[in-house]
Write a protein that binds this ligand. Sequence first.
Ligand SMILES: [Zn+2]
Length: 236
Amino acid sequence: MTAQLYPLNWKKKNFSIKIFCSIPNIATGILLKAGDAHFVIDPGDGILRDLNTEIGVKKLLEISDVFITHGHHDHVGGVWSLLTYLRVMQKKSPLTIHYPDGCVEIESIYNAFKKVYSRSITYKINLKTIKKSSGFTTNNITVKPFSVIHKEHLSGDKTRQVPALGYNFVFDGMTICYGGDTAYCEELVVHARNADLAILEAGHDEETPDDMHMTMKEAVAIGKSAKKYFLVHVPE
Ligand SMILES: [Zn+2]
């Protein structure tokens, strides 16, 4: 058991990010602030508790966008609670969920939510699949998604690539690069370079590289190309 790292905070002018948690197989939870706008990234279990403590109900109801890197439970475990909470508290403004094309977890959670609460959802939910790595702007922030390499185990020794993205968030000339869960890959190398902050997972606790997570050495090598970096998703 290592010392408790979280939360991790970074702030420059009106742009900030707080990583409440990023523990492999347990939970991730990230809040991004750009000016007055709040965004949630990878809402794992515990996200409601952390958002409630950090920004309170009023701001929670104003959240416009959620960004999902991939569908593993430690990154989407809090989506059901978030959607339900916003309904119970009568959110009125729309919520857009951005997620990689083919991420069945998000679509399944959304479909189940719609089925259970079809008569009492107070706000519009937009599901936005990201198919290509082209940038877009939403609620004053520019978002540049990029593909990463992240696999999961099937039965036996087999693995498969899951729909997985990293994101660069650009606001007021500053860039935060969040790689999500990824093995060492060129896309991440390119997107992390010169970022004001790079958030890099170092989830593979051996020396030999694999195709699911980065080793500490790989993550540090990429981190050094950014102005500052955080290593996250390290097994505890
Ligand atoms: Zn993960």
